[in-house]
Design a protein around this ligand. Structure first.
Ligand SMILES: [Fe+2]
Ligand SMILES: [Fe+2]
Length: 472
C-alpha cells in the first residue's frame, strides 16, 4: 500500500514509471474537471469525509475533515486470492486473464468506458444540490457520494491507462470532455443526462440509478479479466454507502409524508410543508423506468457475447449458480404478441440483461416493502409500488407499446391521460423545487424530511459535518 505516492494506490504504481507518468499527466486534468464540474460553491469548505486508504475489510477507510479538491483519490484493487479461473461462459476453467486478450479488446474497452462515463456524469448531475441541502448530514453525504464517484472514475481510468495503451489514454481524456446533459457532447447513457436539481431526485438517483450500478459492478466483479474483477469488487464496498443514502433518504421523506398526511385535517401533506405520497410515487415511477433502461435490451446478442466470452457474468455467478455455461437454460420472457401480453422462451445467454434486471427489481421491491412498513407505522392506509419494468420505456421490446404502472397494455390515449397521475407534472416539479431551501444549522433538518436514525460513523446528528470557510 502506498499512500505517499502522488496517487495513493495498492497496485505498486511506483514500480511502473510509464503508467505512473501517464496517470500523473491525467491528474491535473481530473482536478480541473473537478473544479469546473464538481460540487459548485463548496470547494473551499471542510467536509467530514471518509477516504479509502486500504482494501482490508476492517479498516479500509479514514474519516476526517478535508477540502474536496484535496481529497486523496486513489487506485485500489481487491487483492488476488490465489489462482483465479474464468468462472463462466465458453472460456470457463482457463486461467483468468491478467492482460487483455487481443480478440476481446474492443468489447472490453466498451464495457470499461461505459461504466467509467457514469461516474463523472453523476457528479455533474448533482453539482448544484449543495445549495439546497436539507441538513449538514445530507450535505456531507452528497459530497461523500460525489468524491467516491470521482474515485470510481480513477479506478476505470487506471485500467484504461494500464491495459489499453494509446486508445486507453484517449478514452481517459474523453471521459473528462463529455458533459452530462450537453447537446453536443452528452454522457453515453441517457439516464446520466437527466437533471437532478432537487433532493427527491437525488435520493431516487442514489436508490435506483446507483443500484443499477451495483448490479453492473457485481456482474463485472465476476469478469474473467482479473484487473476489472478486482477493481469493481472494491468499488462495490463504496457503492453500498451510496445505496444506503438513497434508500434511507427516501424512507425519511416517506416517513415525513405519512406523518404530515395523518396530521393534516384535510389529509394533505403539502399543507404541512411535506411532499405527499402520490408525488413520491410519481418520482419512483419516473426514476425506476429510467434506471431499468440501463440494463440494455431484453433479448441481446451483446449480452450473450459478454457472457460467452467470460467478460461479464451474472450477479453472484459463483455463489448462486452451479451451471456456468449458460447454454442449458431458457428464459421465459414477457413479450407482446398480437396485441396481448404473453411469454416466449429465449435462450438464456440472450436474456442475460433480463436476468440482471430481475435481480435489480427484486431488490427495489425489498426496499419498497420497508418503506411501506414506515407508512404503516403511522396507521396511514397507503402503499407505494415499484412500477412494472414495462412502464414508460423508451428502449427495448416494450418501447413500441404503452403500459400502465401495473404493466397492463393501454392505448396511447389512456397512457397520455394516465401520465398526469403516474409521472411528475410541471406543477409537481415546481412544488418539490419550492421546498428546496437550505438548512445548514447542525442538527436541524428541512421540514420535508425526517432526521436519520443515527449520524455518520458514530457521530451525533448535530455534529458539524461541514465546516464552512465563509459563513452562510
Ligand atoms: Fe460509482
Ligand atoms: Fe455510486
Amino acid at each position: 500500500m502506498s499512500l505517499t505516492d502522488s496517487i495513493p494506490n495498492n497496485v505498486d504504481l511506483g514500480s511502473d514509471r510509464k503508467l505512473l507518468r501517464a496517470l500523473e499527466k491525467w491528474q491535473p486534468d481530473f482536478l480541473s474537471w473537478w473544479r469546473d464540474m464538481g460540487p459548485e460553491g463548496f470547494q473551499e469548505d471542510q467536509i467530514w469525509l471518509r477516504t479509502a486508504i486500504s482494501v482490508h475489510a476492517g479498516g479500509w477507510a479514514n474519516y476526517d475533515y478535508v477540502k474536496m479538491p484535496d481529497y486523496r483519490w486513489g487506485i485500489f484493487l481487491t487483492p488476488r486470492s490465489g489462482e483465479r479461473k474464468i468462472g463462466f461462459g465458453d472460456n470457463a476453467k482457463y486461467d483468468a486473464w491478467e492482460e487483455v486478450p487481443g480478440e476481446l479488446r474492443g468489447m472490453l474497452r466498451r464495457i470499461i468506458v461505459t461504466q467509467a462515463d457514469t461516474e463523472p456524469a453523476s457528479v455533474e448531475q448533482q453539482r448544484h444540490l449543495g445549495k439546497c441541502a436539507p441538513s449538514l448530514y445530507d450535505l456531507r453525504n452528497l459530497f461523500q457520494v460525489n468524491v467516491e464517484e470521482g474515485r470510481h472514475l480513477w479506478a476505470m481510468v487506471h485500467l484504461l491507462h494500464q491495459y489499453f495503451g494509446r486508445d486507453g489514454r484517449e478514452e481517459a481524456e474523453a471521459l473528462l470532455a463529455r458533459r452530462s446533459g450537453d447537446q453536443d457532447k452528452p454522457r453515453i447513457l441517457s439516464t446520466f443526462n437527466e437533471t437532478t436539481d432537487e433532493w427527491l431526485s437525488f435520493f431516487c438517483f442514489t436508490m435506483f440509478t446507483d443500484r443499477d450500478g451495483k448490479y453492473q459492478l457485481s456482474s463485472l466483479s465476476e469478469s474473467g479479466f482479473d484487473p476489472l474483477a478486482r477493481a469493481t469488487q472494491f468499488m462495490l464496498t463504496e457503492e453500498a454507502f451510496h445505496l444506503f443514502v438513497g434508500e434511507t433518504g427516501l424512507d425519511r421523506i416517506i416517513r415525513r409524508a405519512a406523518e404530515a398526511t395523518v396530521k393534516d385535517p384535510n389529509g394533505d401533506a403539502r399543507n404541512q410543508g411535506a411532499i405527499d405520497l402520490p408525488t413520491i410515487q410519481k418520482w419512483i415511477n419516473f426514476w425506476v423506468s429510467s434506471a431499468v433502461e440501463l440494463f440494455g435490451g431484453e433479448i441481446s446478442s451483446n449480452a450473450a457475447d459478454y457472457f460467452a466470452t467470460g467478460l461479464k457474468g451474472r450477479h453472484n455467478e459463483q455463489k448462486k449458480y452451479s451451471e456456468h455455461s449458460g447454454l442449458e437454460g431458457i428464459y421465459s420472457m414477457t413479450v407482446v404478441k398480437d396485441g396481448r401480453v404473453t411469454t416466449e422462451e429465449v435462450p438464456l445467454r440472450n436474456a442475460m440483461n433480463e436476468v440482471l434486471r430481475d435481480e435489480y427489481i427484486d431488490d427495489c421491491e425489498r426496499a419498497c416493502e420497508r418503506w411501506n412498513k414506515t407508512i404503516a407505522s403511522t396507521d396511514l392506509d397507503f402503499r407505494l409500488r415499484i412500477p412494472s419494468r414495462r412502464f414508460n420505456r423508451g428502449m427495448g421490446i416494450y418501447a413500441d407499446h404503452r403500459f400502465d404502472p401495473q404493466g397492463n397494455l393501454v392505448s396511447d390515449a389512456e397512457f397520455e391521460k394516465g401520465c398526469k397521475t403516474w409521472l411528475p407534472t410541471d406543477e409537481d416539479r415546481a412544488y418539490v423545487k419550492s421546498l428546496m431551501v437550505p438548512c445548514y444549522e447542525p442538527g436541524q433538518f428541512a421540514p420535508w424530511i425526517a432526521p436519520p436514525a443515527k449520524g455518520v460513523k458514530g457521530q451525533s446528528l448535530d455534529f458539524e459535518y461541514v465546516k464552512f470557510t465563509n459563513p452562510r
